[in-house]
Design a protein around this ligand. Structure first.
Ligand code: ZN
Ligand code: MN
Length: 509
């Protein structure tokens, strides 16, 4: 059986020999929870802060005590509308908040305030691009999807956090009531790598908009994945397997790749898959069943009687001016304005700090492409080995541009440039200071080089004559002599040019 659209995510070594899985199509949908970057919580004035002593940021409202009343955080509404504008969503003219009823120890009022049938945003899309895909898979992906469509974005409150000790469990309510935005995709992602690219692209947009720091290690971005496999010839989707609460993008990719492999093996054995919820264990690299085919949830949603519906027109006006240049637009601008490659533009525009370093360094530079090359190779390598971020770079953008200027104006050779760069990185000193101190400034004075060329030709008449007789290789010998006379400082390109000119214009004596 041949598939019309083979599963792209399954690279050899990640989910097994590819011929085994070519007959199945993978369908993935994601639900992403994002903690919004507000100073206070969604329905009370308690501070939003990570790492504070347990239960130090609480009040009757976020503890869920009877009789406490919620009060709307308008900045959270604005940030959600802003996200909707960034992602091209439709913004509902009126949205409302509902109670989602269920019991859980970390939510003592026994309902979560969320949005049911009138979410703030619907539709919209997250554009994908090459460098958002995992590095090792970029070449293997022949036709990357250009976007992932969204179903909706709604606003809700986060719950508390349980800590399990040897014989008891403690609950920290500092997180309870943190504004939480839920972004739901269409089930149209068709590989673990595409899920990776979606999360990477989404995270960058959220950071660019100042909506969230989206730090997954701090739980600011969490993801539930739905994945199903079906035969390529089958129309309806296969049994939906949910993997709960993923907290790293690479973990999402690995968990989904594991599921593709596991579900394929089940189907290959002729067994059936059941709808179930699974848990990912990052250490063993496996998923485990949490619960099977739950009865359809009945959350008994109803409008929260303590919260009025919200008209969004004013919010939209408030945030229009806050819509930033999005990574996608920035990538296009970098290609156009600085003539960097599409790949480099993706890497540079994706990261706010990298982008601003690049634009500072490229200001007034004749060839910004060279700056991008230095940044993404030499500088990034050294930063990585020193465990530094671009913000802590010992070589500021202006200093990098100065070094590249010296090379481009022929003051030092490219090879010397590498050595100077290493010293700049180690000492934080400027390229000029290092070049001066080492006395390595390249000799680019044409008159001085001409004199050296004359000297070399006079001292070695035979190679000079050989060259004129047609032995072009003799030029290299003479150029070597000129370099020697200049103690290695002569600009090699100029030497070659001047020597050639002299030998051609002066007939043998
Ligand atoms: Zn509170
Ligand atoms: Mn939710």
């Amino acid at each position: 059986m041949s598939s019309q659209k083979p599963t792209r995510g399954c690279l050899d070594g990640i989910c097994g020999p590819s011929e085994r899985i070519m007959n199945y199509l993978t369908t993935i949908g994601l639900e992403v929870h994002v903690q919004l970057k507000t100073r206070s919580k969604m329905f009370c004035g308690c501070a939003v802060e990570f790492g504070a002593p347990p239960n130090s940021l609480t009040c009757p409202t976020c503890l869920g005590l009877p009789g406490a009343l919620p009060a709307m955080n308008h900045e959270a509404l604005r940030l959600t509308v802003l996200t909707g504008l960034m992602l091209g969503c439709e913004i509902a003219p009126i949205c409302k908040f509902d109670r989602k009823n269920y019991f859980y120890p970390d939510m003592p009022k026994n309902y979560q305030i969320s949005q049911y049938d009138l979410p703030i945003c619907s539709k919209g899309r997250v554009p994908l691009y090459d460098s958002a895909y995992p590095k090792d898979a970029q070449k293997a992906i022949a036709a990357p999807a250009n976007a992932v469509n969204l179903v909706r974005i709604h606003l809700e409150e986060d719950v508390g956090k349980s800590f399990h000790f040897e014989t008891n469990t403690g609950i920290d309510f500092n997180r309870a009531g943190t504004p939480l935005m839920e972004i739901v995709t269409q089930p149209e992602i068709d590989s673990p790598e595409e899920a990776f690219a979606f999360l990477t692209a989404l995270k960058q947009i959220l950071i660019h908009g100042g909506v969230s720091d989206a730090d997954m290690e701090k739980g600011q971005l969490r993801c539930d994945c739905n994945i199903s496999l079906r035969l390529a010839t089958q129309v309806e989707l296969g049994a939906k397997i949910e993997i709960k609460n993923m907290n790293s993008i690479s973990g999402v990719r690995r968990a989904l790749a594991y599921e593709v492999q596991r579900q394929t093996a089940v189907l290959e054995r002729g067994e059936e898959l059941q709808q179930e919820t699974r848990r990912w264990d990052d250490d063993t690299g496996q998923t485990f069943v949490m619960r099977r085919k739950e009865m359809a949830h009945d959350y008994r949603y109803f409008p929260d009687p303590d919260l009025l519906p919200v008209a969004t027109a004013d919010l939209v006006n408030d945030v229009r001016s806050r819509v930033p240049e999005l990574p996608q637009a920035k990538r296009a601008r970098f290609i156009e304005q600085y003539e960097v490659s599409a790949y480099d533009a993706g890497v540079l525009a994706d990261d706010l700090a990298l982008a601003s370093y690049f634009e500072t360094a490229a200001r007034g530079a004749p060839r910004p492409k060279t700056i991008a090359n230095w940044m993404l190779n030499d500088l990034q390598n050294d930063l990585t080995s020193a465990s530094l971020t671009i913000e802590d770079s010992p070589v500021p953008p202006e200093a990098l541009r100065e070094l590249i200027d010296l090379i481009e104006h022929g003051k030092i050779s490219g090879k010397q440039g590498k050595e100077v760069f290493a010293e700049m990185f180690a000492s934080g000193r400027s390229a000029r200071a290092i070049v001066r101190e080492k006395g390595i400034e390249q000799l680019s004075d044409a008159a001085a080089i001409e004199a050296l060329c004359d000297q070399a030709i006079a001292e070695h008449p035979k190679p000079a004559a050989d060259f004129r007789a047609g032995n072009k290789a003799s030029l290299n010998f003479l150029a070597g002599q000129v370099m020697k006379l200049s103690q290695g400082r002569a600009n090699p390109a100029l030497v070659g040019e001047i020597l050639g000119r002299k030998l051609q214009s002066q007939p043998s004596r």
